[in-house]
Design a protein around this ligand. Sequence first.
Ligand code: AMP
Length: 281
Amino acid sequence: MRIIRSKKEMSAISRQIRRQEKTLGFVPTMGALHQGHLSLIQRAREETDFLVVSIFLNPIQFGPEEDFKRYPRVFKRDARLCRREGADVVFYPKADDMYPADFKTSVSVSELSQVLCGRFRPGHFQGVATVVAKLFNIVSPDIAYFGQKDAQQAIIIKKMAWDLNMPVKIKFVSTVRQNDGLALSSRNIYLKPKERKDATVLYQALNLARHLIKQGNVSARDIVRRMKQLINKKKTAVVQYISIVDLKDLRPVDKIKGKVLIALAVWVGKTRLIDNIIVNV
Ligand code: AMP
């Protein structure tokens, strides 16, 4: 496995792989890898000939009050895990190379970026789309893998690739959870023991929604209300939003039918956690 820091070198490797007519799989990450990231890596490893994992803590997707400074940085450990999982290249660019002082361009996917998390994190998805577009141009993958854990992000990237005719296939990978249901996240390490226990309520609320829908309840409003009630029982938890939206356009639905995304963001102590499920009615 090679660790590549230069964009030029990364592109040269990619060109070489294409000349050999091998398929190139790509998993973009911000590092602090856990089993969620590894499931993307494993899937890519199985499905493609040459595997690139990028580790880049993207400054432009963090708001001024967000956790960019304290986000865990554990590159050596991440590189070890990538090697163990059979990655061919870890692409680890420097922030100054990705964003030189005269950097001026951004990619924004309208509407999809303004709803759900976008309402509370202005500029976030523009930062994500911009960095992923750059990474796609540098790495030129055939297939790129994204987690359902960040469903809105994955949907936005797929739309960007489609709208801008990027020759890359976007694949979604299911959310990996701990035994008690908490979705794995690099941010879970911020949780204090009591908060960690309370954090299971996110998935419990999603399961409650699934259960209510199965029983025939189609009122998004009623389901959201009952989810809120459940979450509010935990002292450390404060709901930021709970939304039930159409999976395609992320528009809110009143009556649940077809494929819906049930998504939420909850502050647990000082940590903002997100989770979601897709329900097909
Ligand atoms: P991040 O490093 O947080 O930017 O995440 C990199 C990729 O890993 C994204 O596509 C995420 O959706 C995905 N990911 C993060 N957590 C999980 C999880 N628990 N299960 C599956 N995929 C995940």
